[in-house]
Design a binder for this molecule. Structure first.
Ligand code: SDX
Length: 428
């Protein structure tokens, strides 16, 4: 197998190295192409362009494979805790018992947020979308912890910054929800595990004693694991490029939250439920919506379907679909949109438009149905995605910083006006 590629242009041949990853993926290294040939490459949306090498997550879109540091998503979702997976993604190995106990204890120590964050929170109108609140409050951590501004300060400082955001994001997320309700916030209860503590901060109200249902906490644990990382997706690439300018971890994560919010990315889980509800209100027939999704003149897309990389089933969607049945049954929830979703999936998977384009359900197609059964409101679905993706963003930022990668600065092909003289306003 050759380790070289040759580009021939204008009668000149340029030899470029081909690199190979541990899973036999291959890439042409074009680092020297422009200097030698004057050519750059162009690839809208980086559909075929690698931005980096990474040892964190491997996915095979054709085979529907997803592994975190070599462990299959199926095994991790079945047997691990979310904080174990967070440790694995960030530090590269599953923690020993003592490593996990220290990690968990460190996080527990930092779940409280500075009281003055409430002043910022109170500045948001009560109907503010929680994703906007979350992105802003995460960025505000740079004000409360100015030492976090220097990502090169020391390994101990980076560890402390990582622990603080893992510990405080659930508190901030729950406070964003309470702000939307106009309810008083709840403080962390450090006697509880990560998921139960978040659920209590979300749903406890002053007048009653809240105890998180173990079925709900287990389902949340599984959902957070399934969202924990996904190699160089839109929001993770955002985190890496912001971090490449040596901006702080909190600034990079805040930018990642904003990128995730888009309905083509993490915002799809909210858009899926809104689509399923629209179908239910319209009488439950799916064909009309299928026709809209296929109509080039109609901007409507079948939300929760399709993926940049998976051209087979998204393995996370399979796990979530199975979990949806069991969680709703255990909770005694009968949600009519689950049957509508299954009906839509069945019709789409046999429709030539979807089959030809290899459009399958993705991670967002069924996740909202479980979140809803857990009592999580639709506007919080993408916040849940961000909570899950946090360790992946941290791991990718840390890897990029430790590899001392250069500042991200893509090129372009200019298509605007050629040089022309300025004219005074009276002469235009
Ligand atoms: C996530 O990258 C990641 O890893 C992301 C993620 C993660 O974990 O980080 O997996 C999470 O973002 C999942 C995706 C959630 N988004 C949605 O469910 C929104 C609906 N899906 C699409 O908008 C779309 O499928 C994308 C954005 C996900 C992928 O788009 P691509 O790869 O850019 O594909 P494309 O837009 O070029 O579409 C190819 C064709 C087009 O038709 P033609 O021009 O070839 O005729 O497929 C069509 C598209 O119109 N198409 C759809 C469709 N998705 C693609 N048509 C109808 N409904 C859809 N959902």
């Amino acid at each position: 197998m050759s380790d070289k590629a040759i580009i021939t242009y204008n009668g000149q041949s340029y030899e470029l190295p081909v690199i190979e990853g541990t899973e036999n993926e291959k890439a042409v290294d074009i680092s020297k192409l422009r200097a030698e040939s004057g050519l750059i490459t162009l690839d809208f949306g980086y559909k075929n362009t690698g931005a980096t090498t990474s040892a964190i997550t491997f996915l095979d879109g054709e085979e529907g494979i997803l592994r975190y540091r070599g462990y299959s998503i199926e095994e991790l979702a079945e047997s691990a805790s979310f904080l174990e997976v967070a440790y694995l993604l960030i530090f590269g190995e599953l923690p020993t018992k003592s490593e996990f106990e220290k990690f968990n204890a460190d996080i527990t120590k930092h779940t409280l947020v500075h009281e003055e964050i409430k002043n910022i929170l109170d500045g948001f109108p009560s109907k503010s979308h929680p994703m906007g609140v979350l992105s802003s409050l995460i960025s505000s951590l740079t004000a409360f912890y100015p030492e976090s501004l220097d990502p090169n300060r020391s390994a101990d400082q980076v560890y402390l910054s990582v622990i603080r955001i893992l510990a405080k994001m659930p508190t901030i997320a729950a406070w964003a929800y309470k702000n939307e309700l106009g309810h008083p916030v709840n403080y962390p209860d450090n006697s509880l595990d990560y998921c139960s503590n978040f659920l209590k901060m979300m749903f406890a109200i002053p007048s009653d004693v809240y105890k998180a249902d173990s079925v709900v906490a287990d389902a949340l644990n599984k959902l957070l694991i399934l969202h924990a990382d996904h190699e160089q997706n839109c929001s993770t690439s955002t985190v890496r490029i912001v971090g490449s300018s040596h901006a702080s971890l909190y600034s990079a994560i805040s930018a990642g939250i904003s990128a995730l919010w888009g309905p083509l990315h993490g915002g799809a889980n909210q858009a899926v439920i809104e689509m399923l509800e629209a179908i239910r209100k319209d009488g439950g027939g799916v064909q009309k919506f299928m026709d809209k999704a296929k109509d080039k003149d109609d901007p409507f897309r079948l939300m929760g379907f399709g993926h940049r990389v998976y051209k087979n089933f998204d393995p996370r969607a399979k796990i979530i679909k199975k979990a949806a049945d069991s969680v709703l049954a255990k909770l005694g929830v009968n949600d009519p949109v689950l049957e509508i979703a299954k009906g839509l999936e069945e019709v789409a998977l046999s429709d030539p438009y979807f089959v030809e384009r290899k459009l399958y359900p993705n991670v967002d197609f069924y996740s909202g149905i479980i979140y809803r059964a857990l009592g999580i409101p639709t506007q919080m679905f993408t916040v849940m995605f961000a909570l899950g993706r946090l360790p992946g963003w941290i791991a990718q930022w840390k890897e990029m910083r430790e590899n001392n990668e250069p500042i991200g600065r893509p090129r372009q092909i200019y298509t605007g006006a050629k040089a022309r003289p300025f004219t005074n306003i009276g002469d235009r």
